[in-house]
Design a protein around this ligand. Sequence first.
Ligand SMILES: *[C@@H]1O[C@H](CO)[C@@H](O)[C@H](O)[C@H]1NC(C)=O
Ligand SMILES: *[C@@H]1O[C@H](CO)[C@@H](O)[C@H](O)[C@H]1NC(C)=O
Length: 357
Amino acid sequence: MEFRGHILIVLIVTVLVALPVPAAASLVTFVFGDSLTEVGNNNYLQLSLAKANYPFYGIDFTGGKATGRFTNGRTIGDIISAKLGIPSPPAYLSLSPTDDAILKGVNYASGGAGILNETGLYFIERLTFDDQINNFKKTKETIKNKIGAEAANKLCNEAFYFIGLGSNDYVNNFLQPFLADGQQYTHDEFVELLISTLGDQLIRLHQLGARKMVFHGLGPLGCIPSQRVKSKRGICLKQVNQWVKEFNSKVQNLVTNLNGHLPSAQMTFADTYQDVMDLIDNPTAFGFKVSNTSCCNVDTSVGGLCMPNSKVCSNRADYVFWDAFHPSDAANEVLAERFYNSLFANKAPSPAPLPSH
Ligand SMILES: *[C@@H]1O[C@H](CO)[C@@H](O)[C@H](O)[C@H]1NC(C)=O
Ligand SMILES: *[C@@H]1O[C@H](CO)[C@@H](O)[C@H](O)[C@H]1NC(C)=O
């Protein structure tokens, strides 16, 4: 068993360094996630309180438009899509059920969503990871109807699946003292619940044809402005970062395990914790000035979104954080560059370039 695990690790490392950049024309990507990757699904959920379709969101996006992205400009996914030479996949709810666009990829991400169903309950409406997988199932049915079962299976087997969830299971669930999960479970119990639920979800995606899945690990959540304000001096919460690292390492093990058991699975775990930590610890090395507060100046542990009456900083590219939860466009550019290099470029990550000001 030990021996077997060792071989698996070697295989995964090989996949990580050797993924060739796929030909753009044939590249299909499906995105599952939360507000870090949403491109506008929640705009269509009338009652959702997790929305970003008003100023000053999108102030640095094409046309200065608030699209539902929870940042001033592009998400990491937008930037990676551009590097791959494909359009950023559209929001699932923006498409008509029979739209041909689904053949090129879909984004199912929803702000407030978590691995657990009960995560983000107070946003009233959001698409949980289970909802997102159900929606992908519907997409697959539609693809089958369009191109036939065999071609649909091939398309789904060859597509890339970017999955980034878990932040809300902490920030908008376990770490909120007035919600049940933080009272009911110790962290050991909670992280086991997350991992077993995530395992079932990844198996389900595999059953639906997903093979090349990339799970994006959590960043140092103890250092985001909404957590710092809980400390007296505005410092990172060490306990929270410790929990996040435990989660990441357990997901890494889960992925290794699933790769060993699921036929043709090529899952990778992308650990971006240290990349984000580098930006936070040493912002000036990357061309930033501030990493301990948000450009929107909305550091609270409950609200924390940038509102139309917020007092936005004058130079948005000076800040690592746009609001109390989400990185700025400039920070996303640095993070996407590193993420892309670790996934696709057949070389060690190079020093990130300074964001363009
Ligand atoms: C979560 O909700 C989905 C429906 O959206 C349901 O299929 C699933 O069983 C639920 N999971 C749990 C653990 O209750
Ligand atoms: C952020 O760090 C700067 C410089 O170390 C400090 O002066 C400032 O008070 C900090 N801001 C917050 C909100 O903690």
